[in-house]
Design a protein around this ligand. Structure first.
Ligand code: DP6
Length: 325
């Protein structure tokens, strides 16, 4: 068996995934929509080696142990089950973005792992099957498999909960200017956060309204209607954070500088600059804008007190197999 190397981009959700109907299978409480981020990527090589006693995971040059290793081994077990392979594997993974920058790497990591592991095991999976496999490692990873602008349909079972491209990366020239506000490790990660979503009385309302938001967002993307896109993206992010803040225990991810950026972005938009914000399970603020505005947005973001750095990415492609260097 030959080693295989795959590359996948992280994605930023325009309509968020928060809460699962089935934690083990990662069947989400609602569908979601995201945009892949070019320039940022995880590159992962998997080689099954009969001589290895355990799976061995190396992330950015350092050997990783529990809990990262366990999560990775669980995904490899799914591949082993499908193929009858019993050999353990060596997994070497690198992110080209700083791991301390507070940018979630689980989406790109599990999309690249699903692709590299299935190829190394000589499994020829369709994009849909790959997305389903990636979903088992990290929900948002299902969305890093297809190209460009992606929708993850919640589905009703393991079989029909997968993501597909609604428009390719060339469809609309958007940028994500990520205002880095905190690089410290988040106290409560997404996996634990999803499990708390149902404890907020607002989650049921957020989930019930999700098909409407998805419809508006999908149609804004297809029409390249930035105004419509901006207002639904900000509403969806605010709704998710309202759930987070009102779950038990409460999750507060925003810092003072996160709020300062969100307020500034709303003012810039009123002043005619096309930009909108969205925030994941952390303090950093993603500012989405047309590519031609990205330089101006980054300049303005850097002037806001508490913004330590700005990383800019455009719309990225699908997860893919790459040649080894
Ligand atoms: C706030 O996919 O990171 O970024 O499935 O437990 O790995 P796990 O969770 P994850 O959750 C992402 C949450 C989010 C919103 C989103 O990306 O849709």
């Amino acid at each position: 068996m030959h080693p295989s190397t795959a590359l996948a981009h992280p994605n930023i959700a325009a309509i968020k995934y928060w809460g699962n109907r089935d934690e083990a299978l990662r069947l989400p409480a609602n569908g979601s929509i995201s945009i892949n981020l070019d320039r940022l990527f995880t590159r992962t090589t998997v080689s099954f080696q009969p001589s290895l006693p355990f799976d061995e995971l190396i992330i950015n040059g350092h050997e990783a142990t529990w809990p990262a290793l366990e999560r990775v081994s669980l995904m490899l077990d799914l591949v082993r089950e499908k193929t009858g392979i019993t050999a353990r594997a060596e997994i070497v993974s690198e992110n080209n973005f700083p791991s301390g920058a507070g940018i979630a790497s689980s989406a790109s990591a599990f999309a690249a792992l699903a692709l590299a592991a299935s190829k190394a095991a000589e499994l020829d999976l369709s994009e849909r099957e790959l997305s389903r496999l990636a979903r088992r490692g990290s929900g948002s990873a299902a969305r890093s498999v297809p190209d460009g602008f992606v929708e993850w349909q919640m589905g009703s079972s393991d079989e029909d909960s997968f993501a597909y491209s609604i428009a390719g990366h060339g469809h609309w020239a958007l940028s994500d200017c990520i205002a880095i506000i905190s690089s410290s490790h988040k106290k409560t990660g997404s996996t634990e956060g999803h499990a708390l979503a149902g404890s907020s009385p607002f989650q049921a309302a957020r989930v019930e309204d999700a098909p409407r938001r998805i419809e508006i967002c999908r149609s804004a993307i297809l029409k390249r209607d930035f105004e419509a896109f901006a207002s639904i993206v900000e509403l969806d992010s605010d709704m998710m954070h309202a759930v987070m803040m009102t779950s038990q225990p409460a999750l507060h991810y925003w810092l003072a500088a996160s709020l300062a950026v969100m307020q500034a972005v709303r003012e810039w938009r009123e002043g005619g600059l096309s930009a909108c914000y969205t925030v994941d399970a952390g303090a950093n603020v993603h500012v989405l804008c047309p590519e031609k505005e990205a330089e101006e947005v980054a300049i303005r973001l850097r002037k806001i007190s508490g913004v330590k750095d700005v990383l800019t990415a455009n719309v990225g492609g699908a997860a893919r197999i790459v040649e080894e260097e």
